[in-house]
Design a protein around this ligand. Structure first.
Ligand code: ASP
Length: 317
């Protein structure tokens, strides 16, 4: 997995800077834009196809993140996700639209597309978050099908892990590829989505930052949006994505905001062995990304051009 990702990343990295995607000052709204955490050209392409039809950014981010959710080879999201220490694949996801509506599911089992359940929570219930059995019952009531999400290779990896069963709540950069995606549509409106199977071999019942509005994802249509990946506990303790958006509100560029949010974690926590990455976009279409460890990539698509870029990081290679 790591090798494949590194290879793809290195083969697609270019010297282009994210500023290429910035809004030119004389334009009222940026061209439709999709950004996502990690190496996600296929997910971005699915989202872009939706934007091309003139649909909402909300439709685009849902369609985009459904791609890794259904990919058995993506071991951090949806189908094929690595299980918790008890062998259960438990999924977390959230979605937020341009009106500030939000939906979320946590500890959802046996449903391939938690992002679509999160959207249904947002649109069809008076609530923001449903969890566990209640989330599953709601999903089934909405016509989602129950499926086995633990693939043979993820089960094998888990059984291998069981031999030592060393529980280390540290995350290295190989074991988390949560997809957070932000998009701007042709009207200039923003939405975001975030979906994950969470930390591999986590304690049963553990929920990370990814489904928490303000931690794994936050969107304010007047300002911009942000999403996070990495060790969720650190992102939750700092309300990471909300912080990034608030920093943009105070005048930071997306890049400056991501840097400041990451450095706030560094200032408070032991960060030597952990990774946290932030990705943000503002209403003007400027993109920023920053991580604690090197190796955090993100994918930017606009005007038919898709780039996988490596974020600047606090620690150097
Ligand atoms: N943020 C996720 C979590 O803590 C992990 C990841 O980014 O893959 O569940």
């Amino acid at each position: 997995m790591l090798n494949r990702r590194r290879f793809l990343t290195l083969s697609s990295l270019t010297a282009l800077s994210p500023d290429l995607f910035a809004l030119s000052p004389d334009r009222a709204a940026p061209a439709p834009l999709v950004v996502s955490t990690w190496n996600q050209p296929k997910a971005n392409a699915a989202a872009e196809a939706v934007l091309k039809q003139g649909k909402r950014a909300l439709d685009a981010v849902e369609a985009g993140v459904r791609v890794p959710e259904a990919d058995p080879n993506d071991t951090s999201v949806g189908y094929g996700g690595l299980p918790d220490r008890d062998g259960r694949v438990t999924l977390d996801a959230c979605i937020m639209d341009e009106k500030g509506n939000a939906g979320s599911v946590t500890y959802l089992e046996n449903i391939m597309h938690p992002i679509s359940v999160a959207r249904a929570v947002m649109e069809k219930t008076p609530h923001v978050m449903l969890s566990g059995e209640g989330a599953l019952a709601f999903a089934l009531s909405q016509g989602f099908k129950k499926e086995k999400l633990l693939t043979a290779s993820s089960e094998k990896a888990w059984r291998e892990w069981l031999k030592t069963a060393k529980y280390e709540p540290k995350v290295n950069i190989e074991r988390h590829d949560t997809i957070g995606m932000l998009a701007i549509d042709s009207k200039g409106d923003l939405s975001g989505a975030c979906t994950t199977s969470g930390l591999a071999y986590k304690m049963n019942g553990r929920v990370g930052d990814s489904p928490i509005i303000g931690a794994g994802l936050f969107v304010d249509n007047e300002i911009g949006g942000a999403c996070a990946t990495g060790l969720g506990e650190l992102v939750m303790r700092t309300c990471g994505s909300f912080l990034v958006v608030e920093l943009m509100r105070q005048g930071r560029t997306p890049q400056q905001a991501c840097e400041e949010a990451a450095k706030r974690i560094v200032g408070k926590q032991e960060y030597k062995d952990i990774q946290v990455g932030f990705l943000a976009v503002n209403r003007q279409g400027q993109v920023g990304a920053y991580s604690i460890q090197p190796g955090f990539n993100y994918t930017v698509s606009q005007n038919g051009l898709t780039q996988v870029l490596e974020a600047k990081s606090f620690l150097n290679k």
